[in-house]
Design a protein around this ligand. Structure first.
Ligand code: RIB
Ligand code: CA
Length: 311
């Protein structure tokens, strides 16, 4: 048995997911025991292919990749191809990975690996929560075997990105988010607003990639489209939601401020669907079920990103 912390990542790659995965692969204290793939940024066919390709580029063909649900639990939702490219990796036309996806469904892999690593597993969700919700419906005892659950999701004061009030991962499958948020007694949340508060300077990122080798060059290519899209709309910083969440996963001590509160999700169709409602004044009498990342050490965050893009 390794002393490394077992890390299981549910993800919808996606350019920022790719950076988060590179950070995870680069950390000596953690062992990535699998990637379970969600639909979200783009369709499942692409997110699976992107995960397999990224493992190949990172020299990690040993990491098993499990395909999950091709759609949200109940209602269809728009993807984020306008941000990440139609294929989710900047439409660079990369040669597909030589390896294929595992036969086991993502939800079943989450449950199986939670038993293999019971009590030590760190489960990270970087995309819509459909697969994690399915796993919970199959086996509601899942949280008892998970040492820490971290989700990149939501907008804790209602400043969304996909709608005025909702963040993409929560909006893509709000029913799944509610199932998951209600199932874990206390989980960690890195939301969109934390992402915006912890941007990566475009110029610095470009310099880090240009100083890099194969990984830096690959990441410069797949991220070019989304970085150009972002520079036109979001100013001097580039925002990598999943990378910030992963930095907190890998280095919890980098968190400078955390807020514990009750959180819920709006399901009703309409302008607030997918909004993540935090009871900041605890008016509803519910117990705190989320630890919200409010401030992270940007020096530590940037150092991790710089190191991995310089590879
Ligand atoms: O809102 C940002 C989140 O939605 C990130 O996880 C991004 O990859 C998309 O999935
Ligand atoms: Ca994602």
């Amino acid at each position: 048995m390794t002393d490394k912390i077992p890390l299981l990542i549910d993800t919808d790659p996606g350019v920022d997911d790719a950076l988060a995965l590179l950070l995870a692969f680069d950390d000596d204290a953690h062992d990535v025991v699998g990637l379970t793939i969600a639909a979200g940024n783009v369709g499942l066919h692409h997110t699976v292919a992107n995960a397999l390709k990224l493992c190949e580029v990172a020299g990690r063909p040993d990491v098993p990749v499990f395909a999950g649900s091709p759609s949200p639990l109940l209602h269809a939702a728009p993807d984020a191809a306008y941000v990440h490219g139609n294929d989710g990796f900047g439409d660079i036309g990369y040669a597909p990975a030589s390896r294929g996806v595992e036969a086991e469904h993502a939800a079943l892999a989450i449950l199986r690996l939670s038993h293999v690593h019971a009590g030590r597993l760190v489960l990270v969700a970087l995309g819509p929560l459909t697969n994690v919700a399915l796993a919970l419906k199959l086996d509601p005892t899942l949280p008892s075997r998970v040492a820490r659950f971290v989700a990149m999701s939501g907008a804790v004061t209602g400043h969304g990105n996909i709608t005025p009030s909702a963040e993409f991962n929560a909006y893509f499958d709000p029913e799944a988010a509610k199932i998951v948020f209600d199932a874990f007694p206390l989980f960690d949340l890195a939301d969109w607003e934390a992402t915006v508060a912890h941007g990566l300077p475009h110029d610095a990122v470009l310099g880090w990639m240009q100083a890099g080798g194969g990984i830096g060059r690959f990441y410069e290519a797949i991220s070019r489209k989304t970085r150009e899209w972002s520079a036109d709309r979001r100013g001097d910083d580039w925002h990598s939601a999943d990378a910030l969440a992963m930095a907190w996963v890998l280095e919890p001590g980098g968190a400078l401020e955390i807020a514990e509160r009750p959180i819920d999700v709006v399901l009703e169709q309409g302008p607030a669907r997918g909004a993540t409602i935090v009871d900041w004044n605890r008016q509803l009498g519910r117990s705190d079920n989320v630890r919200i990342l409010m401030r992270y050490d940007t020096g530590r965050f940037h150092a991790r990103v710089r190191n991995v893009l310089a590879r």
